[in-house]
Each structure stands twice: as structure tokens, then as C-alpha cells.
Design a protein around this ligand. Structure first.
Ligand SMILES: Cc1cc2nc3c(=O)[nH]c(=O)nc-3n(C[C@H](O)[C@H](O)[C@H](O)COP(=O)(O)O)c2cc1C
Length: 417
């Protein structure tokens, strides 16, 4: 039994049932998403810190302009003056999505991972601008991630593509799903797909640092499938988190999943946005290096390598330029932690902020090494070279391994030469 025996039916389209999950900030790059699309699967880009990402990719200057505009405020812990220019947010989003979808060359699809917890100082207005611009730019699907909110569908219900774009949600329990569906039924707009993310996933988690062991993806997926059946709702269910081999994926497909969402194996792909030296850190990681902590100002637990440079940050908040995690009052728990640490700093000692990290800067600079639970197994997927480094596979190597391998095997990439 292999993944290729199955197809993912979504509306009137059929895909290879492999979805590369969104990984912000620009870890799931345009190139990574396009690799999945070319092979008939689904690739995600992520709109986390989209203005900053555009600046890196297209030499725009959204971040510098914003920083300049609010330069008078940099020493002020009160960030309530700061606002994103909604037209610029929409422009950046359009530019990024168009850049990606205009390069499609296969039969797959490109979806956008949209973390609602990036509240950007005005959560509803900025979210509406992001989602609308992505639809204007021709995105195939929108995956509503961390921070999923009941009001989100209302924000885009008047958009001409509201019924044509594929809409998906990420949930970690059947309970969260049933609450969301109540609102969706009222608006007569059910999600087109449901991603069920279990406790082994990377990024932000719907499980706590102390209780994640108590849950398993297989049980949550069965609960969700049973619930949908009881409600007579026919919506594709897509498990995510810890699906490491093609055989793991095929087993889910055989028991009723429509597709699988995977990410960790692709973090080390040549097309992933992580710098090559960080990919080597992922490959060298041992199980004890992978931790779940609560340093993210979003309030969600997050899995990361304990060697992440961001965990030793004592940097000044950079909300004037970035500020993606400012809430509707202009607050972020890192700002509080930073100014508390400043007050307690002993003369001559470096500033250390404990408890919270500046995620905006950490993710932008690839200093926050978020990862899935199976990261320590990445060594099994490639070759160690003579100089001690690891060969980086292409996204195609990994995708085809998921699609065609059997019997728990992992097909390693070919050695050069
Ligand atoms: C490095 C990394 C970054 C991630 N970032 C995001 C993100 O920005 N938004 C999101 O919804 N999920 C994020 N995820 C979760 C993935 O999209 C995916 O659902 C999950 O990791 C799949 O499990 P796996 O990594 O075990 O294959 C991230 C995962 C990884 C590994």
C-alpha cells in the first residue's frame, strides 16, 4: 500500500494527496510550494510577516518605511501609536501571492497558510486585507491557522471569491471543529477541508508543554471523522503532525483521511527558506534537543530546538518596523518581559529576557528554530557526506518518497557524482 494508490478529491479537482504545510516566516518558500504543485500535490506559502518577506524577495521597503514613520516611538514601551498601512499590507500580499501562483506549472494547487494570531495591531482589518488580497491575486486555497476565529468568515463573506476559493481550517480537537462549524453553517459556507493537527507538529501547537503526550493524532482524526459522519457532513479530513514515512501517510489514507499534511521532512529541502547551516542543525538534532515552551508571545505553546538563538535574545522590541504580534491595544508580552528585564539588569551583565522571546525578529532572522517532533529522525532521510555535513535532498526527492515508498522505507536522495 502506498500513497500513490489514493487521490485527494477537492471539489471538482483531484490531487496527489500530499500537502506541504505552511511554515512561516518564509520557510515554506514559493519554490517549495511550487515543487509540490508541479508534482500534482498542494504546496502552501505562509503570509506571516508578509511585508518583511516582500522586502527580502523584491527589495521593497515596507519595513524601513514603517520604521522611519514611527522612529519617534522606538524608546517608548507603549506601542499603541503603531499601525500597519492596510493598503501596503494588501499590496505586499498581492505581490507575494501573484509571484507564486504565476509560476504554477503542474496540476497541483497553491494554498496560503494564514495565522490569525498575527494580530498586526488591528486584527480584523489586517486579516481582512490579507485574505482579500490573496483571493484577488488568485490563490487556490486559504488555510486558516493558529488563532482560528469564528468571525473570520464574516470578514470575507462579501468577497466575489468567497464561494469559489477553497477554504480550510486547522483544528486540534473535535470540540474546536464543532464550535467553528456552528458559525459556518449559519453563513452557509462550510470549510472545504479540515486539517487535524496533532501534538507532534511543528510551529505553534494546540497542546500544552505538559499534556501533549496525552493526545495522539490517530484518535483525534477518528473522532473528527466520526463526528462529521454523525452530522452528515462530507468534508475531507487531513491529518498532520508526525507523519514521517510514505507508509505512515498511506495508513491514514487507508483509514479514511483525504490527504496528509507534512512539513518537518521538507524543512531540510534545498527549496526550504531556512539557511543551509540551520538545516544542518535540524539534521544533527537529537530527541532531547526538541522542546515545547511558552516563549511565543502569541500565547500558544511552540515546539523548537533548544539551541535556537532566539532563546538567548535580549533584543529591544522592533515593533516600529515589524510589530506583527501587537494586539489591538498595541501590546505584546515580549515588550513587557523586555522592560521588566531592563529594570532588573545588573550593571555589566548582558540583558537576558526570560519567559518570552521576540518572535517577530526571531522568525524573520531564522533564529527561532521551530520544528516538528520527528526532527531528530531527519538523519534517516539522507546521507552524511565526507566532510561531516548532510546532503540536502530536493523537495521532489522528499515528495516522491512520500508518494511511492512502501514498507516503512525511506528512499534517500541520490549521491552527487
Ligand atoms: C518549521 C515549521 C514551521 C511551521 N510553521 C507553521 C506556520 O507558520 N503556520 C502553521 O499553521 N503551521 C506551521 N507549521 C505546522 C505545519 O504546517 C504542519 O501542519 C505540521 O508541522 C505537520 O507535521 P510534521 O511537521 O510532523 O510533518 C510549521 C511546521 C514546521 C516544521
Amino acid at each position: 500500500m502506498k500513497v500513490d494508490n489514493f487521490r485527494f478529491q477537492l471539489g471538482n479537482r483531484e490531487y496527489v494527496p500530499i500537502i506541504i504545510g505552511g511554515m512561516g516566516v518564509n520557510i515554506s518558500t514559493t519554490e517549495l510550494a511550487l515543487a509540490a504543485e508541479k508534482l500534482g500535490g498542494v504546496g502552501h506559502i505562509s503570509d506571516a510577516e508578509v511585508c518583511y518577506v516582500c522586502d527580502q524577495l523584491f527589495s521593497t521597503s515596507y519595513t524601513t518605511r514603517k520604521r522611519r514613520k514611527y522612529s519617534y516611538n522606538v524608546d517608548n514601551p507603549d506601542k499603541s501609536d503603531l499601525h500597519f498601512d492596510l493598503e501596503e499590507v494588501a499590496e505586499a500580499q498581492k505581490r507575494y501571492v501573484e509571484h507564486t501562483v504565476s509560476q504554477k506549472s503542474g496540476n497541483g494547487a497553491i494554498f496560503l497558510n494564514c495565522m490569525e494570531k498575527l494580530t498586526m495591531r488591528s486584527s480584523s482589518e489586517t486579516l481582512k486585507a490579507r485574505l482579500s488580497a490573496a483571493m484577488d491575486a488568485g490563490i487556490d486555497g486559504l488555510t486558516l491557522a493558529a488563532g482560528l476565529n469564528l468571525r473570520t468568515l464574516d470578514l470575507i463573506k462579501d468577497h466575489p471569491r468567497f464561494h469559489d476559493v477553497k477554504l480550510g481550517i486547522i483544528i486540534s480537537s473535535q470540540r474546536a471543529l464543532s464550535i467553528f462549524l456552528k458559525r459556518a453553517i449559519k453563513l452557509e459556507r462550510l470549510p472545504d477541508y479540515i486539517i487535524v493537527e496533532g501534538p507532534l507538529a511543528g510551529g505553534h501547537l494546540g497542546f500544552g508543554p505538559d499534556d501533549w503526550h496525552a493526545y495522539d493524532l490517530r484518535t483525534i482524526v477518528s473522532d473528527v471523522i466520526a463526528y462529521l459522519k454523525k452530522e452528515e457532513l462530507d468534508i475531507p479530513v487531513i491529518p498532520a503532525g508526525g507523519i514521517f514515512t510514505g507508509s505512515d501517510a498511506a495508513a491514514y489514507l487507508d483509514s479514511g483521511a483525504a490527504a496528509v499534511q507534512v512539513a518537518t521532512r521538507f524543512t531540510i529541502a534545498r527549496e526550504s527558506g531556512l539557511p543551509d547551516n540551520v538545516k544542518q542543525h535540524y539534521l544533527n538534532a537529537e530527541q532531547e534537543d526538541i522542546v515545547i515552551n511558552t516563549v511565543s508571545p502569541t500565547g500558544y505553546p511552540m515546539r523548537m530546538l533548544k539551541q535556537s538563538p532566539t532563546l538567548r535574545y535580549g533584543i529591544k522590541p522592533n515593533c516600529e518596523g515589524l510589530g506583527y504580534l501587537l494586539d489591538n491595544n498595541g501590546s505584546c508580552s515580549y515588550i513587557e518581559a523586555y522592560y521588566e528585564a531592563l529594570e532588573q539588569k545588573e550593571a555589566g551583565k548582558p540583558l537576558r529576557v526570560s519567559g518570552k522571546t521576540c518572535l517577530c525578529t526571531g522568525m524573520a532572522k531564522y533564529d527561532c528554530w521551530t520544528c516538528g517532533d520527528t526532527t531528530y529522525r531527519l538523519k534517516e532521510t539522507t546521507h552524511r557526506l565526507d566532510d561531516g555535513s548532510w546532503l540536502l535532498p530536493t523537495a521532489e526527492d522528499i515528495f516522491l518518497d512520500y508518494q511511492f515508498s512502501t514498507g516503512e522505507e525511506i528512499r534517500k536522495p541520490s549521491l552527487p557524482g
